[in-house]
Design a protein around this ligand. Structure first.
Ligand SMILES: Nc1ncnc2c1ncn2[C@@H]1O[C@H](COP(=O)(O)OP(=O)(O)O)[C@@H](O)[C@H]1O
Ligand SMILES: [Mg+2]
Length: 364
């Protein structure tokens, strides 16, 4: 997948900008607070319909203006145009200039994977944040996962309302449980496949990036026994065991909405032993494995966005990273400085000053 051009209008600190990206590697340099992250953020929005940063859509609109417009033409076999209009009433999503009603018709058309220093919280965040990544990445490539997840959330809501009643109708609870088992089975199956595909790639990538022979993997904490092939039976047991407790506490205490993933170094959770540098490499290896996962599911290689990552790595690791991705995907890399060693690569360079982007070859 290749973003050919990107257009921003009244987005964050951009007034009006259009940039034509290289199908290979793009480097965007600029001092702090000039708009590097904002530029990558616009591409995340075009992939997910919303920002990766924790704030409202309204903060995406340039101060003092009423609406923002972002759009791109990307190629994944054919050229496609997508746009988002952000206005005070909300957002309008457009595919080939036609508004679409549902987010699901838009999410994942363009697939970007972002690595940002803000992601480093993921190891110690609440499980909810890790589930968000899990759901987001599978959703981008599996419409049936999104459908199952929406159904599950609706059922969970109904079940919790029922449990709040003084004397819940147990037959209705049976019906809900049966339906929840059915959709949970689909979700768990997809999550298992996700983790297994990630683990096919992550150890090798981690070793190449870090230059060590340590093993970097992810581990799935499921409500069913991971060794067992009979997911449905596992779920039946779970719901049987949940019943009394849930009736007592008036809430659904367990289920796929409680599952988690863990990041491991040599089979140990990184939060216990890994250094900050090792955690960064684990997360990078995970992100690059997400690219492989998406490719295996959709046949299309996502666009890789690396926000300010080079400055956090020592020279050897910077070189390992660039070697790992060069020529394999389109990448857009931001940095405050021009890394000297990149002279040896064919790269398109841009410089950002106060929301103005200029193509540039000052690094050479
Ligand atoms: N809605 C907005 N309107 C105008 N400027 C904004 C808006 N949101 C953020 N900014 C500005 O964008 C700049 C930060 O851009 P950012 O992309 O995070 O910088 P960096 O180049 O360091 O990554 C700040 O100067 C901030 O004030
Ligand atoms: Mg930034």
């Amino acid at each position: 997948m290749i973003i050919k051009n990107l257009r921003l209008h009244n987005f964050r600190n951009y007034e009006k900008t259009e940039i034509v990206l290289d199908p290979g590697m793009n480097l965007i340099t600029g001092d702090n607070a000039q708009g590097k992250t904002n530029l990558l953020e616009s591409m995340v929005c075009l992939s997910l319909t919303r920002s990766h940063r924790l704030n409202s859509d309204q903060s995406l609109i340039r101060n003092g203006t009423d609406y923002a417009e972002i759009g791109c033409i990307f190629e994944d076999g054919t050229d496609k145009r997508i746009d988002i209009l952000i206005h005070p009433e909300g957002k309008t999503l457009l595919v080939r200039k036609q508004p679409v009603k549902r987010n699901s018709e838009f999410i994942g058309l363009l697939n970007v994977i972002l690595f940002s220093p803000d992601d480093m919280g993921i190891f110690s965040d609440a499980p909810k944040e890790r589930r968000k990544i899990l759901n987001q990445e599978i959703t981008k490539v599996s419409p049936q996962y999104l459908t199952a997840l929406s159904k599950y959330n609706a059922l969970l809501k109904d079940r919790n309302i029922l449990l709040k009643q003084d004397e819940p109708d147990v037959r209705y609870l049976d019906v809900l449980d049966e339906q929840m088992i059915e959709v949970s089975r689909i979700i768990i199956d997809e999550r298992r496949k996700f983790v297994s595909e990630i683990n096919r790639h992550m150890p090798g990538i981690f070793q190449r990036l870090s230059g060590t022979d340590l093993k970097g993997t992810v581990r799935y904490h499921s409500v069913t026994d991971e060794e067992s092939n009979d997911i449905e039976n596992g779920l039946r047991m779970l719901y049987m065991n949940l019943r009394l407790r849930d009736l007592e506490y008036h809430v659904t205490g367990n289920g796929i909405h409680r599952e988690d993933i863990e990041f491991d170094l040599n089979d140990q959770n990184v939060i216990y032993t890994a250094s900050q540098g090792q955690k960064r490499m684990i997360l990078l290896a995970f992100k690059l494995s997400l690219m492989k996962f998406a490719e295996s599911k959709s046949g299309k290689v996502p666009v890789l966005l690396l926000d300010d990552v080079l400055s956090e790595l020592d020279m050897t690791r910077q070189k390992n990273l660039i070697r790992e991705i060069y020529g394999k995907c389109q990448s857009i890399i931001t940095s405050t400085d021009y890394p000297e060693f990149l002279k040896d690569y064919q790269i398109r360079e841009f410089r950002i000053t106060h929301g103005t982007v200029t193509e540039y070859n000052g690094g050479k």
